[in-house]
Structures are given as C-alpha cells and as structure tokens.
Design a protein around this ligand. Structure first.
Ligand SMILES: [Zn+2]
Length: 117
C-alpha cells in the first residue's frame, strides 16, 4: 500500500491495519473525531510527546497554500484574471470546507514524517 493511500485511509504508519482516528471517515467530518492515543492493532504511540502536533501546523499551512493555488488557477480560467470577487468567495468557501480535512490530514502526515524519530 502506498504511503499516500495509507495517509488518505487513516492507517497506522507502523502496521497498516489500525486507524489513527476513531471515525474512519476523515473527509468532511465536522463532528468531534477523536484521535487514538496509540494504535489498536500494534500499540504504536501516535503522540510521542506533549505538543507533538504543533509541527502539524506547518503541514496544514502547506495544504492551505496548495488549495489556494488550485482554486485561484481554476478561477483565473473562468474570469481571465486572478483578482475577481467570485474567486475570493470561492477561495473562502474552499478553505472553510477543507479546514476539517486539513486538520486531520496534517496530523496524519506529521505522524508519517516523524514515525522513525
Ligand atoms: Zn499499528
């Protein structure tokens, strides 16, 4: 299983069987989706130390920049400029809708980046 697929399916980086979040659906889930302290299958500890997920903020920032670029590029094809009010409205909508997804995926990516440390 590729790493991207494991990240997008919420799998444990150590065993590929357990799930990081209690709810397997990490997409557009606005409920409180609890993160497990450790893997149910192999016992891999997800939060290595207090404040471990502070670094996930940088991953979330990168995801937001990618989403902004994609939205502005698509919008510029429709309006032939990047400075249009509808592009700004679409941008705010996309970022609001993707915020829940970004939070969860950025933490999962952070766990995968530092799984061997
Ligand atoms: Zn595991």
């Amino acid at each position: 299983m590729s790493t991207i697929k494991k990240i997008l399916t919420n799998k444990c980086p150590n065993c590929d069987h357990g799930h990081i979040y209690s709810n397997k659906n990490i997409y557009f889930n606005f409920t409180t989706n609890k993160m497990h302290k450790s893997c149910n299958h192999c016992g891999f500890k997800f939060e290595k130390e207090p404040g471990f997920f502070f670094g996930a903020m940088y991953v979330s920032y990168a995801l937001n920049v990618i989403e902004i670029l994609i939205t502005v590029i698509i919008g510029s094809f429709f309006y032939n400029t990047i400075f249009h009010l509808n592009i700004l409205i679409a941008l705010i909508t996309v970022l609001a809708l993707m915020s829940s997804f970004n939070l969860r995926v950025s933490r999962i990516i952070w766990i995968y980046l530092l799984k061997n440390s």
